[in-house]
Write a protein that binds this ligand. Structure first.
Ligand SMILES: C[S@@+](CC[C@H](N)C(=O)[O-])C[C@H]1O[C@@H](n2cnc3c(N)ncnc32)[C@H](O)[C@@H]1O
Length: 503
């Protein structure tokens, strides 16, 4: 562990990743669902977006590539991260994103903070509960000086009480791993092995905790850089929602909702009995505490606003009716049942069927979808339609529906494929830049590969060439699966990505 990291892992770079919760349009939807004004970034709005602890900057790069007139600023104290992010921006020719190497514990008081513009939207993913208190308070001071009135801030963090039962597991991975390995990723791997051994030997604290058990089961498929950045820092302090809200209050930020959009709907999140208890309080902090007592999820994704303006329900619904949505799936893939925190929910086929059919050709306005002639069900609940479609990752908000792809976004997607195809599992979910969406279009590297080949003039008859190019070393079974992936990408995924304006 290096001295300058202050106990944070610095000897191995974090992996690239895209998290749609960091997107301003999703933050704005969370605000609207909570009845709080937060202007959905419009067609040409000169949005200023700031990311704190940006890692290698993939999320910031996608937002910059998707919105050429935004100003995107992203900060990280690891020079290897900043160098990688700057190189990527240069390769893609993006001139609206800057990466600043700075320590968040002191940046607010540093002259370098003059390089950070006032922000409409701020996001920090995977930072808050992994850094020491001095960094947290530095973040709050920076937010106090940089968030514009009306601006929104997204923060993700490991939350209590859910994380409580797995704290011993993290402590063991870290403290034992440090004795057994050298670099942080090796230490994490060694610590994980030991935890698994002790779990197999019936250690009560590992077997009784649902979270520890599910984390240990998933740990094997997590990349080592993820494990190092999740478990190996000196500081690892999951916290209660009210304590984050208390800290952010010093920056005049007020909690408004969750970017995990489903969580803004008590009827989808809590059982009737749980709601009956939770509704005894009209204090949102207490309601959230009760929600956290009832849910298993251990990572919260909150949105705060500086200067909350409550909307009356009619104004809020009018704003929601004006949201455009683009489908992430084909209509045939629409699930008519979904697992919600409050239990399994049926989604009315007579309602969602015509809606997804209407969205197959491209983004549609929520108000127009609810006015379709053949719908069975309520037409006056835009919140629920958005909550279900966006909340279940079935659709993305679209800032510029129907707009042609820009050279920046096309270049960025080509660079993404070139940079990641050498090192990544090609099936991993990432996202493509899209000017039409103004946010990432969810896809895999396989999808990007097929997009690039089809743009270069290939057809379905080229699948054999793609197999030779990508699947050279695979056995018979692997080749069969790869052919299926390419066939689906060609017949299903291309149409979706075209409708989302990716190419
Ligand atoms: C888990 S990573 C998350 C990266 C990115 N947000 C993502 O989700 O892919 C946390 C990031 O915070 C950065 N970080 C940690 N402490 C910091 C500090 N004091 N100042 C600036 N950046 C810091 C780390 O270098 C790392 O890139």
């Amino acid at each position: 562990m290096s001295g300058w990291g202050g106990g944070y892992v610095t000897d191995i770079a974090y992996m690239t990743g895209y998290y749609r919760h960091q997107s301003p349009s999703v933050m704005a939807l969370a605000c609207l669902l909570g009845g709080v004004a937060s202007p959905m970034p419009g067609h040409d709005d000169p949005v200023s977006y700031l990311e704190l602890g940006c890692g290698q900057g993939f999320g910031a790069l996608i937002l910059a590539a998707s919105n050429p007139h935004w100003t995107v600023t992203a900060i990280d104290f690891n020079p290897a991260h900043v160098a990688a992010a700057r190189a990527w921006a240069a390769q893609a020719g993006l001139d609206n994103v800057s990466f600043l190497e700075a320590d968040l514990s002191t940046l607010a008081e540093d002259s370098a903070s003059s390089q950070v513009p006032a922000a409409d939207f701020v996001s920090m993913h995977g930072v808050w509960t992994w850094v020491p208190p001095a960094v947290q308070s530095g973040i709050v001071r920076l937010l106090r000086s940089k968030v514009k009135p009306g601006g929104a801030v997204h923060v993700s963090y490991n939350s209590l009480p859910a994380w409580g039962s797995a704290l011993g597991m993290q402590r063991m991975v870290r403290d034992c791993g440090r004795r057994l390995g050298t670099r942080s990723d090796r230490q994490a791997e060694e610590g994980v092995k030991l935890v698994k051994e002790l779990q197999a030997a019936d250690a009560v604290q590992l077997k009784r905790s649902l979270l520890a058990t599910s984390l240990i089961n998933r740990i094997g498929i997590m990349p080592a850089p993820y494990l190092a950045h999740e478990y190996m820092h000196d500081s690892f302090a999951p916290c209660f929602h009210a304590d984050v809200a208390g800290a952010f209050a010093d920056a005049k930020l007020e909690w408004v909702g969750s970017v995990t959009l489903i969580e803004n709907f008590p009827e989808l999140t809590l059982t009737p009995e749980q709601r009956a208890v939770a509704q005894r309080f009209d204090d949102p902090l207490l309601s959230e505490l009760m929600k956290d007592m009832c849910l298993e999820r251990s990572l919260r994704q909150d949105v705060f606003v500086r200067g909350v303006r409550r909307m009356n329900p009619a104004v809020r619904d009018a704003a929601l009716m004006d949201v455009w949505l683009a489908l992430n799936i084909s209509p045939e893939e629409m699930p008519y049942e979904a697992e919600m925190p409050a239990g399994r929910a049926a989604l009315n086929r007579g309602f969602y069927g015509p809606i997804t059919e209407a969205m197959a050709m491209g983004p549609r306005r929520v108000g127009d979808l609810l006015a379709l002639p053949n719908l069975e069900g309520r037409r006056d609940n835009p919140a629920e339609l958005i909550g279900i479609l966006v909340g279940l990752d079935l659709a993305e908000p679209a800032a510029r529906p129907g707009a042609e792809p820009t050279p920046q976004a096309l270049r960025f997607n080509r660079v993404t494929l070139a940079n990641l195809r050498r090192t990544e599992n090609l099936g991993r979910q990432i996202a493509a830049a899209s000017y039409a969406l103004g946010t990432g279009a969810p896809c895999t590297l396989f999808d990007l590969y097929v997009v690039e080949r089809v743009e270069a003039g290939d057809s379905e008859a080229s699948i054999d060439d793609w197999m030779r190019d990508i699947g050279g070393n695979l056995d018979e079974e692997g080749r069969g699966k790869l052919r299926e992936v390419f066939t689906k990408a060609f017949h299903v995924r291309l149409a979706i990505l075209r409708a989302q304006g990716v190419f």
